[in-house]
Design a protein. Structure first.
Length: 150
């Protein structure tokens, strides 16, 4: 694929939604480009402002938190999988308001509590904790919140 076709296609791909460098890199490789060409396109996209790792990390973290109610652990794992730098990762997680975070965990627990029909209170708490932890919330925070429900 020639430069005259790759650059506009890459712009369109990046303009559609925020992308990480790794997502663009993977897409460029899938288009059949070689390492040198891929890195040149990425540099061009960064220079033009189509790719910004910090902006991507903040948008990704905020979206997963608000829409899917993911906890910080799961968000951090997903960003690491996308090869986002530690600086951007910390910056993105710091944008999540702590009171909103607590409220989200509370809502996750309440919503799941309505779905399970466990009669044994200890088993029910265990299942609630497992669910919240699997959504990426910190175990200490989950158990602390469950302790207050007694």
């Amino acid at each position: 694929m020639s430069d005259s076709k790759v650059i506009p296609k890459a712009r369109k791909y990046c303009a559609y939604q925020e992308r990480s460098q790794q997502e663009l890199r993977d897409k460029l490789y899938s288009w059949g480009l070689h390492r040198k060409e891929v890195e040149e396109v990425i540099v061009k996209m960064i220079e033009e402002g189509f790719i910004n790792e910090e902006r991507f990390a903040i948008a990704f973290a905020g979206g997963k938190f608000r829409m899917k109610r993911w906890g910080k652990i799961k968000i951090k794992q997903a960003l690491k999988k996308k090869k986002v730098s530690d600086y951007c990762l910390r910056k993105a997680l710091s944008q999540i308001d702590s009171s909103d975070y607590s409220k989200a965990l509370e809502k996750v627990l309440k919503d799941y509590s309505k779905k399970i029909s466990e009669k044994n209170p200890l088993r029910k708490k265990y299942r609630l904790a497992q669910h919240a932890i699997s959504k990426g919330y910190e175990p200490e925070m989950v158990w602390e919140m469950l302790r207050w429900e007694d």
